[in-house]
Design a protein around this ligand. Sequence first.
Ligand SMILES: Nc1ncnc2c1ncn2[C@@H]1O[C@H](COP(=O)(O)OS(=O)(=O)O)[C@@H](OP(=O)(O)O)[C@H]1O
Length: 372
Amino acid sequence: MLLNDGCFRKCRCIRSRLKVFLFAMSVSVLLSVTGLLMLASVHPSRTFAKSVDTDDAVFSARSSFEGNGDVTIDNIHATDRHITDTDNTKDDLVLDDFKNEYHISRDIDFQVRNKTKRLPHALIIGVKKAGTRALLEYLRLHPDVRAPGPETHFFDKHYDKGLKWYRSLMPETYKDQLTIEKTPSYFVTKGIPERVYRMSKKTKLIVVFRDPVTRAISDYAQLASRNPSVKSFDEMVFINNETRVIDTSWTLVKIGLYALHLSRWLEYFPLNQMLFVSGEDLIRAPASEMRRVQQFLELKQHITSDNFTYNYTKGFPCYKKDSSKSSWHCLNEEKGRQHPHIEPSVRQRLQDFYRPFNHRLFSMAGRDFNWS
Ligand SMILES: Nc1ncnc2c1ncn2[C@@H]1O[C@H](COP(=O)(O)OS(=O)(=O)O)[C@@H](OP(=O)(O)O)[C@H]1O
């Protein structure tokens, strides 16, 4: 009886422990199932997050300056505001700071609108009267190039308006298109190389050179066409007509001292970021000069001899966009003006004056332009 009673108690004890164990098991199974269900309910967004992992990483890296990785319209505005603010205190502006911020804004804009205005990747910085308009119009034949029509003069006349203003002048482009701007006064204006460097040290620079004697005469022809009462070229080019000492303070003479201007640019930009175009070859052989330009800009060779014809009436190349469909365009009558007659002795004096500067340029640029 005692034995049976002890056995009975032991059995009850084992049964109640079994119950506790089973209860604990079911609770833990229940908790696991609930946990799994909760995970399943957030699963879609997790999957999405994974699928945009690369972009997330890119965005958070790009947005780090704003302190968070969220991409919102407000952030775009904040970025834009930041560009303007930074630009107002441009003396303290550090290139890489704003360049990074600018690219963030550009890329976010691109995500939002697909097409956006971008700061120029390349600039045609000079030289005045050397063929800069022709070069820009030829480049615009390329489907991967966009450019504002008028000269912006941002870096020399409107710098205080800031980069946001400058960018607003640019045409909208897709991500793989190049934005190019031309303002020929940039080449000769002090302080501009640094300003361009501050915008982006990667900016590609193109300079069209023309024989400085012909260039000065071309510049004078423009001056005389706008102001018919201007003194004669001879009167202006010499300090004294008797001694025939050249007036190097005359802007039209100073512009032709190419080596001096180029040396200022080379303080900021390496030679391989610059391309030197021959203004004479742009007229004689536009297609081959454009081949060099497209190669330098890493564009596919789209502009070829099919885009050009020589117009004997105008005495210059004319061009068309599409080799089959469109009609020929020529630059307007302001390009290719009649030059005034200049005495051969005056020309000779100017050529002698420029010769050492020209030779210096040829060795700096690594190209002989064959000017006499
Ligand atoms: N295709 C074509 N048609 C007309 N003119 C041509 C062409 N290609 C080059 N050129 C030469 O371009 C010279 C004007 O240079 P720019 O465009 O740099 O002048 S400007 O600085 O923008 O005023 C211009 O100078 P001038 O001839 O002295 O007027 C031309 O010699």
